[in-house]
Design a protein around this ligand. Structure first.
Ligand SMILES: [Zn+2]
Length: 317
């Protein structure tokens, strides 16, 4: 795939990963003088593009100090093993609950293969390579990383996944938010600004924790957020409101759905929710066009809510 990237300022570059389609998922290069870090990795198919960008910037592989997946979902961390093989001096910085998945990715591979089938797994992710344990730094809450004098702070940020960190960058006054600050696809932006979608991807949606995490991120007074899906957004104080509303709407949708076709019912309600919200946002897209952009995500959101309901039901009251 052809190298494609966006320079965002502050030494930050968003790299296209080509996951499923263009403009769906990015990962980030952070440059500070002689040193560099990567935040999220894309999949194994992204690694050659990352290496090409480093070369273009005259960054030697040995100058990359850190590879920091926000969480271990495969669009964010699938290429960690391949990338670490290419970067001899890099440490992998990952949430404590993600460590074993990236050092021994057998369980992740089996889980994803069960969902996608072998051929789809190969087409999406190729293969997951293990990262040697001695190259891993466990990013406990508030772990501070020194990138050539630039402070990056890892914040435990449950809600989307329990193994999720958001990375605070003092220099840009921005967070690298993985999936925790939602999804904002460029096609859905209007003159009202970016359109925010909440990814309740299986299997660890946690509405209460998510509200708290959003409040915690906003307590840093960030000026911008660097989303994996997709690229940087400004004025997060405006964008956090819709995310809080969507958390509550998801809970209502899940709890008011029942019967054998519960997941289909949830999906239909999610479609209706977003058609309505997009119209309010001034979107001129037809429902068919919206469906094309959001079909995969809303399918995953419905699955995630179904899993959340099952988990609640299996817990003693
Ligand atoms: Zn993601």
């Amino acid at each position: 795939m052809k190298l494609s990237f966006h320079d965002l300022g502050w030494g930050i570059t968003c790299i296209e990963t080509y996951f499923h389609r263009e403009g769906l998922a990015g990962c980030y290069l952070v440059q500070q003088g002689e040193a560099a870090a990567l935040i999220d990795t894309g999949t194994a198919y992204t690694t050659p593009n990352i290496m090409e960008l480093l070369e273009l910037r005259n960054i030697q592989p040995k100058q990359v100090r850190y590879v920091i997946p926000t969480h271990v979902h495969l669009d964010h961390a699938g290429g960690a093993g391949q990338l670490m093989e290419q970067l001899p001096n890099a440490s992998l910085v990952v949430h404590p609950l993600g460590v074993r998945h990236l050092t021994d990715p057998g369980r992740l591979t089996a889980g994803a293969t069960a969902v996608y089938g072998e051929e789809q797994f190969y087409n999406n992710f190729k293969e997951l390579l293990p990262v040697p344990r001695e190259r891993v730094i466990e990013a406990t809450d508030q772990l501070s990383i020194d990138l050539n004098g630039r402070r990056l702070v890892c914040l435990d940020s449950p809600g989307h996944a329990r193994h999720h960190n958001c990375i605070w960058d003092e220099t840009s006054r921005g967070f690298f938010t993985g999936d925790t600050f939602g999804i904002a696809y460029p096609e859905l932006a209007t003159d009202q600004g970016p359109f925010m979608l909440l990814p309740s991807t299986p299997v660890q949606f946690d509405p209460e924790a998510w509200h708290k995490t959003l409040n915690r991120l906003m307590s840093y007074n960030p000026e911008r957020m660097f989303l994996t899906h997709y690229c940087g957004v400004e004025q997060p104080e405006i964008l956090s409101g819709p995310l809080h509303e969507e958390i509550d709407a998801y809970v209502d949708i899940a709890l008011s759905s029942n019967g054998e076709k519960r997941q289909e019912m949830i999906r239909a309600k999610l479609d209706a929710l977003y058609f309505e919200r997009l119209e309010q946002h001034g979107s001129k897209l037809s429902n068919e066009q919206i469906h094309q952009v959001l079909d995969m995500d809303l399918g995953l959101c419905a699955q995630g809510l179904e899993v959340w309901l099952q988990r609640r039901e299996s817990q003693p009251a």
